[in-house]
Design a protein around this ligand. Structure first.
Ligand code: AHR
Length: 502
């Protein structure tokens, strides 16, 4: 039996838990929008055509902010196509996913859905085929209270009040050769700074996100961030990061250590941003918006990319297994651990397309395995994130060398006195005995609830026919004795334990 331990203390704070860490992403891609969030003929559809089953699951997931409308899609999107009478809206080619966009859902419908879901919207403007003027136009349509042409157009379309969107992404993945309107760092940096300055002159309080790298494996990783930030530093608040993980050649050991790459991604981008800030003699610290992250079986996707100009084709509807859920749980641990820099993050995507929620047209909606660690972390992570320096055995991985078997983070809510510990046992075959010293906290903490996601079948999935095949179970053996929380973590498992004073 392996064992690991760490000491928790309320003084070991990193930063407050940012609710925006629990964001997600709705792109006009595949069946995320059509037959995902929207399906007017569905038995649960509300008066606006939104699936009530999906709305309920979105709320249960604990999503705080949703990035919209793309993604690669946004780099060829004309937002004006999606406003006004639906019958008059044009059908367009979507070059990113080789499908047809009917524009039945546009800004006004999506903002209505977001209101029902209780989420903030992070809006991405098109800097692929478009530029400063179109970004200003969509901002005016969204946020100008009244009297201007686009504010009046919004009002005429039935929305008297401005939407008050504060967070805007300045394009999407423009470092990627696959992106419509792909640019060099210099070309993008110039366009982003011009767009940011113009948008800010209308609304100084906006929170603007410059595009960072599409993955840490991009050949331009870090050089892209340095050059873009040299040009945009004063005008933006965030640099974005995107990362998707999958097992390579069945190597689950490396896959379970994916958070090592996420940690490296965040610390590298933060160091690059700080280096630019130092050169510019700026006191400002840029934040990171990790606005696309997930497990994605991307190598399988490349083999079947052609989708043949259909409306809402089935694209990358990955079914997630137990190990995928453990990896998602550990990526959330990484995001929380970096809460001093990462204050927004979006699990990509929300429904059907590499998503925690799956649907069938005219059929059920269900929770994929990855739904569970996300929903529990969003519900239980409260207050301040606490630093964890664990003693843990290591294991060898092909991709990352020796990696600790234990991944861990904790949060402390000073108001309620509650402490929550989030841990992953990355070992594929051995249980891990965990001991957490709570000596820095007042006596009396006890286990309020504890959840473990693990299974003898690491490849088990949830399906329409068996939607609860993989669910978190109460971690029965977790208990506090003599100021020490003890739990036995099964192989390849994710666990959350909430400690309460009551
Ligand atoms: O989320 C799927 C796609 O992944 C997005 O459209 C793009 O931004 C990223 O490459």
């Amino acid at each position: 039996m392996l064992s690991a331990s760490f000491i928790l203390d309320p003084a070991f704070t990193i930063a407050p838990v940012s609710r925006r860490t629990f964001g997600s992403f709705v792109e006009h891609m595949g069946r995320c929008v059509y037959t995902g969030i929207y399906e007017p003929s569905h038995p649960t559809a509300d008066a606006d055509g939104f699936r009530a089953d999906v709305l309920a699951l979105t709320r249960e997931l604990g999503v705080s902010v949703v990035r919209y409308p793309g993604g690669n899609f946004v780099s060829g999107y004309r937002w004006e196509d999606g406003i006004g009478p639906v019958a008059d809206r044009p059908v367009r080619r979507d070059l990113a996913w080789h499908s047809l966009e009917t524009n039945e859902i546009g800004i006004d419908e999506f903002m209505r859905w977001a209101g029902k879901a209780g989420v903030e919207v992070m809006y991405a403007v098109n800097l692929g085929t478009r530029g400063v003027q179109e970004a200003l136009d969509v901002q005016e349509y969204l946020n100008q209270p009244d009297r201007t042409h686009l504010a009046r157009l919004r009002q005429a379309n039935g929305h008297p009040e401005p939407y008050g969107v504060t967070m805007f992404c300045l394009g999407n993945e423009l470092d990627g050769p696959w992106q419509t309107g792909h640019k060099t760092a210099h070309e993008y940096g110039r366009l982003a700074v011009e767009t940011a300055r113009a948008m800010r002159s209308a609304e100084p309080g906006l929170e603007l996100v410059a595009c960072g790298s599409s993955s840490s494996a991009m050949p331009t990783f870090a050089a892209w961030e340095a050059e873009v930030l040299e040009l945009t530093y004063d005008a933006v608040d965030y640099i974005s990061a995107h990362a998707y993980y999958e097992p390579h050649d069945g190597d689950l050991g490396s896959f379970l250590a994916s958070a090592v790459d996420m940690d490296h991604f965040v610390t590298s981008v933060a160091a690059t941003a700080d280096s630019v800030g130092a050169r510019l003699k700026s006191d400002k610290k840029l934040k990171i918006s990790f606005d696309e992250w997930n497990v994605w079986y991307q190598s399988a996707f490349h083999a079947q990319q052609a989708t043949g100009w259909e409306v809402a084709p089935r694209v990358i509807e990955d079914s997630y297994n137990v190990v995928d859920a453990v990896v998602v749980g550990s990526l959330l641990i990484s995001l929380l651990r970096h809460s001093d820099r990462v204050t927004a993050a979006c699990l990509a995507q929300l429904v059907n397309v590499i998503a925690p929620i799956r649907t069938e047209p005219d059929g059920p909606a269900w929770r994929q395995t990855i739904f569970h660690p996300f929903a529990l972390t969003s519900r239980l992570a409260r207050g301040e994130v606490l630093r964890v320096e664990a003693r843990s055995p290591g294991y060898e991985t092909a991709r990352f060398g020796t990696v600790p078997v234990l991944d861990a983070v904790a949060t402390h809510d000073a108001g309620s006195g509650e402490v929550t510990v989030f841990v992953v046992n990355r070992h594929l075959t051995e249980s891990l005995d965990l001991a957490v010293s709570l000596a820095g906290f007042p006596a009396g903490l006890r286990v309020g609830e504890s959840w473990t996601l693990a299974d003898d079948d690491l490849y088990a999935v949830n399906t329409a026919a068996d939607p609860d095949r993989v669910v978190p179970r109460a971690a029965k053996d977790a208990e506090v004795t003599d100021g020490v929380l003890r739990a036995a973590l099964p192989p390849a498992s994710w666990t959350a334990v909430r400690l309460t004073t009551g």
